[in-house]
Design a protein. Structure first.
Length: 620
């Protein structure tokens, strides 16, 4: 049995979805007044009997259940619940139930108990549709593309270095290439000159070029291929381009030509972090939005031929983050014979027997893990466990550390150093600087703030539709029930231990330990608020206070984004519905990660009949 909190004083109807995915599953919701610690009423859905039963409890005594006929159609039903006066309202399609509750006082806080494998509280999205967002982890997708005679990707991303390679197709113009290299050699990590016709190659020219510019490299791609049977075949099209990909040593690629705008290239590399970004992306010309200019190389990245032109296949494009910017070399794509590229809102369809589930493209998500220098052992444990899943899901992750000697934020690999002391009392300062810097560096659609003593079940995280929220967390704190001394043992300046930091008793906010999301809009609200107005000893309270002032109140939770405390775990099944769990040690990090990995594998095996369709018919 799992629990979700609802702050009822905001009086907003609560959406939910019920999915009877297993025969005999008990589908119910129990509403508890948290202040009185007593059940208010209980709703149960009996699909086999075609009934909905409702009963309430007063002074410890249950009322006789009221039974209402209801025709269940399909595997799911959607509805909403609300409280008007002393009347409980349950609304479903073509059905409305009004149930008077005896002397019911509106509580400040409700707890709703249920089994969230079958019921989603907080939106009306069917539970059965949620696993489709895990598609990157399904073997049907991972094994969909194999190596063959037309795919010549000879290495995986693990063997590549982070950085930016500039691809240049050699046309024999030595002066143009020399001028280009002279201007861009400090902007990129490598200039790969691809020679497809050895007759155009003058060896002494390239020797003189490389003697001055050390990051220039030549790839001579033979235009003839000898088959096993001795036949000679010309290497062209996708065979040629995939051979070029196998020569690249860095994870990101930009296409250039002799007409490259150097100023625009420098701006592009700087503004979009083409040398350091680690996500899967495709960069397009903002004037010709189907014209690809740069891209990252993933494990399955390859080109295919379509109507005589080269294309990245739809299964490769499905998970990439699209980026739009002014192209530094608009004609370079044509030199490489790359066709127009379509980025669709719904890049794939999941086929489940007779059903089709369209999967929407996810926005860019960045996880900001609040840490410190002394906790770098925790950072490494995260890298060695659930951060691998985040990478597979194309989610960026970075660790936030304070370093007051820096004049501004600095991103070094996966650590973001912000100019504040690396101590607890400056935690809200660290949060403010982290979000302000992340807006400029990552330009993500959403950010998840997390502590470094937490573990994320990335596959369960993918099920949650965080795009629907500007500010949401996994647990809610009440000002009237919050201790004022959380900082007592954690502060570096011990004279702060006995100080009382004021908290508005009427305010609610999402708990920092369980993590919370901020949209780009909400993060900008924080970044544009003066630090002196935002700061507080309790960083999650500081965020909640600011969001409340901006009209984003912490009023309810979504049951698909829940956290769990390690001390409350009774058995492994308790992790089934949890997205985030706190951990008490490095060893516990790996133990829990192994547990959730097994649970995730079982969930995938239960959906083994699913198949994926990346064809154009899956488009919006």
């Amino acid at each position: 049995m799992d629990r979700v909190k609802i702050i009822k004083r905001f009086d907003k109807p609560l959406c939910f979805s019920v999915s009877a995915v297993e025969k005999g599953a008990r589908l119910y919701m129990s509403f508890v007044d948290s202040l009185a610690d007593d059940v208010i009423f209980h709703v149960e859905f009996d699909k086999d009997a075609g009934q909905i039963s409702v009963k309430d409890r007063y002074a410890g005594i249950w009322s006789k259940p009221q039974l209402h006929e209801f025709a269940f159609k399909g595997a799911t039903l959607k509805g909403e619940i609300s409280l008007e006066g002393e009347t409980f309202l349950l609304k479903l399609k073509d059905f409305k139930l009004e149930f008077p509750c005896k002397k019911l006082q509106k509580p400040i806080l409700w707890n709703i108990y249920s089994d969230f494998r079958y019921i989603t509280i907080g939106d009306d999205e069917p539970v059965t549709a949620l696993p489709s967002r895990r598609w990157r982890f399904f073997p049907e997708h991972a094994l969909r593309t194999g190596t063959g005679s037309r795919l010549r990707v000879l290495h995986t991303p693990e063997s590549m270095r982070p950085g930016l390679a500039a691809l240049y197709l050699w046309n024999g113009n030595e002066q143009a290439l020399r001028e280009l290299v002279e201007n861009i050699h400090t902007t990129v990590d490598e200039v790969l000159v691809v020679v497809h016709n050895a007759k155009l190659l003058r060896h002494s020219f390239f020797v003189s070029l490389q003697s001055v510019y050390f990051n220039v490299r030549i790839a001579i791609i033979d235009t003839l291929m000898i088959r096993d049977n001795g036949d000679v075949e010309k290497l062209y099209g996708s065979l040629f381009m995939n051979k070029v990909l196998s020569e690249i040593k860095h994870s990101n690629v930009v296409l250039l030509d002799s007409g490259t705008d150097i100023v625009q290239l420098n701006r592009l590399v700087r503004d979009h972090r083409l040398r350091s970004r680690t996500d899967d992306f495709a960069l397009f010309d903002d004037q010709k939005t189907a014209s690809i200019q740069a891209f990252s190389i993933g494990k399955l990245t390859h080109f295919v031929e379509s109507e005589g032109r080269l294309r990245l296949p739809p299964e490769d494009l499905a998970h990439r983050h699209p980026v739009f910017a002014e192209a530094p070399a608009p004609s370079a794509r044509l030199e490489w014979n790359i066709a127009e590229t379509e980025i669709r809102d719904y890049p794939l369809t999941v086929l489940d027997r007779q059903k089709k589930l369209k999967v929407r493209r996810r926005g860019k998500l960045v996880i900001l893990v609040i840490s410190c220098e002394k906790n770098r052992h925790k950072q490494q444990a995260i890298r060695d466990s659930w951060a691998k899943d985040a990478r597979l899901a194309n989610i960026d992750l970075c660790f936030i550390e304070g370093h007051p000697e820096h004049a501004g934020p600095i991103l070094v690999e996966d650590r973001l150093f912000v100019p504040v002391p690396d101590t607890y009392e400056y935690l809200s300062h660290k949060i403010w600087h982290a979000f302000s810097a992340a807006l400029q560096i990552f330009k993500a659609d959403h950010y998840l703030k997390l502590d470094d003593d937490c573990l994320v079940n990335v596959q369960k995280l993918l099920e949650f539709s965080y795009e629907d929220f500007d500010y949401v967390g996994s647990d809610i704190n009440l000002g009237s029930r919050t201790a004022f001394d959380w900082h007592r043992t954690a502060v570096f300046n011990k004279q702060l231990s006995d100080l009382i930091f004021e908290i508005d008793p009427e305010l609610t906010w999402f708990d920092g330990q369980g993590g919370y999301f901020l949209s780009h809009k909400a993060a900008e609200m924080m970044a544009t608020t003066p630090l002196s107005e935002y700061q507080h000893m309790l960083e999650d309270y500081a965020t909640g206070r600011l969001m409340s002032r901006k009209g984003l109140e912490a009023s309810a939770l979504n049951s698909k984004f829940l956290s769990i405390r390690d001390i409350y775990i009774k058995d492994d099944r308790d992790y089934e519905s949890a997205v985030i769990s706190d951990v008490t040690s490095i060893e516990r990090t790996f133990e829990i990660y192994e547990i959730i990995s097994k649970l995730n594998q079982k969930a995938i095996e239960a959906k083994g009949r699913w198949r994926f369709d990346f064809s154009p018919e899956a488009k919006k």
